[in-house]
Design a protein around this ligand. Structure first.
Ligand code: NCD
Length: 291
């Protein structure tokens, strides 16, 4: 079965197949997908991941099944695994988001249908990493310099993107610049596994002239108890004006106060282009999983 558990579980061949589908079939309908039922089980809030998967499901001629957790038997005390066991009897594929890092693996052990991880804990968000990579490749080819700013401790999108870049571009001269907001630093576990070069910096000012890609993130207040959600590292128009012409600004969204909305119309800001790309890439992921 073709699950998407995390980046580690995907072979380079699988990643290339998924990107190949993006470029070849895209969101074209096909008879083998028609009327397939895809269930979305979100044990954590979501806007873009949920709706982009749902949009891709519709565009491919499939049917989404979305459990509203507030009205489900979870409210009567049913276990999360029993919820998953039940829904897999209705659907051809499950898309699951969960606050624990290991819940998806537990589901995969008992599953009779493919499972796609739509975000697990503070560790993995493989489909977002594939979307981010696709968007990056529209503007830059490796080697490139990428700066990660904000809550590097909780960001599952950053961790998955780094693992994906390391898997595909192991010795390709990438450079990572980590700019953590205070104590919210990237873990040594991630750093220990890097083959490409990395640097730590304190401020966006110190990297803005160097980098090709700026990847901003919000403070994940729901995972960080020690502080409020206000960030210390904010992007400004002035900083963007001092960046390279080819810089692209990424953000997995939702954003809080780290990027002022005034920057959204700057051609360097591609975070909403990334949202559009997510339908195509998630469509390709669904097609790959079901093939
Ligand atoms: C992120 C997530 O859920 O990990 N959003 C996303 O899926 N694109 C980022 C976040 O919650 O801050």
């Amino acid at each position: 079965m073709k699950h998407i558990i995390n980046i580690k579980s995907l072979a380079t061949k699988d990643i290339n197949q998924i990107l190949g589908i993006v470029f070849s079939l895209g969101l074209d309908k096909s008879i083998d997908l028609e009327n397939k039922i895809v269930a979305l089980l979100f044990f954590e809030p979501s806007t873009r991941t949920l709706l982009s998967f749902q949009t891709a499901i519709y565009k491919l001629g499939m049917k989404p099944l979305i459990l509203n957790m507030d009205q489900s038997s979870r409210k009567k005390g049913e276990s999360e695994l029993d919820t998953v066991k039940t829904v897999m009897l209705y659907a051809d594929l499950l898309i699951i988001r969960h606050p624990d890092n290991s819940f998806i693996e537990k589901c995969v052990e008992i599953s009779t249908v493919p499972i796609i991880n739509a975000g697990s804990g503070d560790d993995s968000h493989p489909t977002q990493a594939l979307i981010d990579l696709y968007t990056i490749l529209q503007y830059h080819k490796p080697p490139f310099k990428i700066g990660f700013v904000g809550d590097l401790k909780s960001s599952r999108t950053i961790k998955s993107l780094i693992r994906l870049l390391e898997k595909l571009y192991k010795e390709r001269g990438l450079e990572y610049y980590f700019v953590p907001d205070g104590e919210l630093d990237i873990s040594d576990k991630i750093l220990d596994d890097l083959d490409n070069m990395y640097y730590k910096r304190d401020k966006i000012e110190e990297i803005i002239k160097e980098i090709d890609i700026l990847y901003m993130t919000r403070i994940q207040k729901e995972r960080v108890n020690s502080r409020n959600a206000e960030c210390n590292l904010k992007l400004t128009e002035n900083l963007v004006n001092h960046s390279k012409n080819e810089l692209i600004i990424m953000h997995p969204l939702p954003r809080l106060d780290e990027i002022p909305p005034g920057i959204d119309n700057n051609p360097k800001a591609v975070y909403f282009n990334n949202v559009s790309n997510s339908i195509l890439v998630r469509g390709a992921i669904l097609r790959w999983s079901l093939s």
